[in-house]
Write a protein that binds this ligand. Structure first.
Ligand code: CP
Ligand code: NVA
Length: 313
């Protein structure tokens, strides 16, 4: 799998996800390992980041490698220089590129012109590193994935897309409550339905948050306005007003249900004040696990860890 890209969860098979989770368990237990000494990861971000940037930087350092952070303004991605030229130039210096872009198409161009692996560090379409780490967190908390039910409440956005694909691949039931104009994209849903057919996962869409959350093992939400959509914030606040995860909604889930959010959160909007600080919330473990899962991912993608990932394209 060396030299392959991770632009979408659909670049992985269920076996790959199982192996990444088991490697993440190992990485978390073992801490520092010299698997990637001499390797460099470029981080090229068009949008702000706390978790993704820092977790990739520390992950590389703990594996003996190094990172170079490039804001898109510095590089002039697509303005000072074409995306394809940036990809070809960077490929000559670094061993992998993790990129956060507004448009998923920018990532696809980067990947198609790069000679080194490109990792999606969030685009408007997907956030695969988040979803993989989230499955690791769910596994850590629940001891399994298959047969559990995750209820996503809110916008059918990049995080929802990657979680939907990851749940469908691994046999985890996925329920999503969104306003009708903010449903997940049909193309992603069809892909997930194909995976669910094989894995036995059930996918369920409703406009009614209570229906989605009733009896769920995991309640998940994300911001109503993603980065790049700020001009729509007022309209979205109105449309999503009845989609807030609060203690009343959470009480409909199983008694031992966990609450997840990728962060950053807007307390008082998609989550009621205080609820992310309640015992059911696992958001800070979830944030930490980004690093452990990405260590596993980097070790596999950059060839430091010899494990066969069948199905990884
Ligand atoms: N969850 C997440 O990706 O956070 P950042 O935007 O801070 O990287
Ligand atoms: N959906 C959010 C996720 C941030 C980690 C966004 O794209 O801004």
């Amino acid at each position: 799998m060396e030299g392959k890209d991770l632009l979408s969860v659909s670049d992985l098979g269920s076996l790959d996800i199982d192996l990444l989770i088991s490697d993440a368990v190992d990485m978390k237990a073992r801490g520092w390992l010299s698997l990637l000494s001499g390797k460099t990861l470029a981080l090229m971000f068009e949008k702000p980041s706390l978790r993704t940037r820092v977790s990739f930087e520390v992950a590389m350092r703990q594996l003996g490698g190094q990172t170079i952070y490039l804001s898109s303004a510095e590089v002039g991605l697509g303005e000072r220089e074409s995306v394809s030229d940036v990809a070809r130039v960077l490929s000559g210096y670094v061993d992998a590129i993790a990129a956060r872009t507004f448009s998923h198409q920018t990532l696809e161009i980067l990947a198609s012109y790069s000679n080194v692996p490109v990792i999606n560090a969030l685009s408007d379409l997907e956030h695969p590193c988040q979803a993989l780490a989230d499955l690791f967190t769910i596994y850590e908390k629940k001891g399994e994935l298959r047969g559990l039910t995750l209820a996503f409440v809110g916008d059918g956005n990049n995080v929802a897309h990657s979680l939907l694909l990851a749940a469908s691949l691994t046999g985890m039931n996925f329920r999503i409550a969104s306003p009708t104009d903010y449903r997940v994209q049909e193309r992603v849903l069809h892909l997930a339905q194909g995976y669910a057919f094989d894995s036995g996962a059930e996918i369920f869409y409703t406009e009614e948050p209570r229906l989605a959350v009733s009896g769920a093992d995991v309640v998940y939400t994300d911001v109503w306005t993603s980065m790049g959509q700020e001009a729509e914030a007022d309209r979205r606040r109105q449309t999503f007003a009845s989609y807030q995860v609060n203690s009343e909604l959470l009480s409909l889930a199983k008694g031992d249900a966990i609450l997840m959010h990728p962060l950053p959160a807007h307390r008082g909007e998609e989550v009621a004040e205080g609820i992310l600080d309640s015992p059911q919330s696992v958001v800070f473990d979830q944030a930490e696990n980004r690093m452990h899962l990405q260590k596993a991912l980097l070790a596999v993608m950059l060839g430091g860890l010899e494990i066969p990932l069948a199905g990884y394209r």
